[in-house]
Design a protein around this ligand. Structure first.
Ligand code: DLZ
Length: 158
């Protein structure tokens, strides 16, 4: 019987292409840095585990998730960068800031990917509480940074 992925942590690495010559950009938001650092480490470790060369992974930080789009564009515009992974954590607050940020980032990085015709991965953790964000940064719901790296590798093999 065919199985389907419940989440990208259940990935089948046997289908991955050779990424030893690929170059990756990581764009990481400083806001909620304790958590984004773990997402970033998860993404980095996953890329290296599957064959990426450490020197081919370029990590840039941006102030907050809203800036992920422009940070992604700064990296994606370089021909030698093959894929960009955007990582941030947006927690719901008393205002609608989370909505605005999440929609802007989703639309923005989609446009960057289409403009430069390369994978630009949405690794934004969007939760109601800080605890739910931790659950997705090495907690009971895995590490979304790992999943973002898997998505990048999968898209490079498309
Ligand atoms: C301003 C703001 C707020 C309220 N919340 C978050 C958040 O939960 N996660 C995040 O990554 N960034 C947040 N920011 C900062 C914005 O993303 C952005 O950096 C500032 O509005 C400056 O453009």
């Amino acid at each position: 019987m065919a199985t389907s992925l419940q989440n990208l942590s259940d990935y089948d690495a046997s289908t991955f292409i050779d990424i030893s010559a690929k170059k990756f950009g990581l764009v990481v938001a400083d806001w909620n840095r304790d958590i984004t650092d773990i997402l970033s480490a998860g993404a980095y470790d996953t890329l290296v585990k599957h064959g990426a060369i450490a020197d081919n992974i370029f990590r840039n930080t941006v102030p907050g998730s809203f800036e992920l789009t422009l940070g992604a564009q700064f990296l994606a515009q370089h021909d030698e960068i093959d894929a960009v992974i955007c990582l941030g954590v947006v927690i719901q607050g008393e205002t609608k800031h989370d909505d605005y940020i999440c929609h802007a980032v989703a639309q923005g990085i989609t446009q960057v990917g289409l403009k430069f015709n390369k994978p630009v991965i949405f690794g934004l953790v969007t939760t109601n509480t800080l605890e739910q964000a931790w659950d997705r940064a090495g907690g009971k719901h895995g590490n979304k940074g790992v999943e973002a790296a898997v998505a990048a590798i999968q898209m490079l093999g498309f």
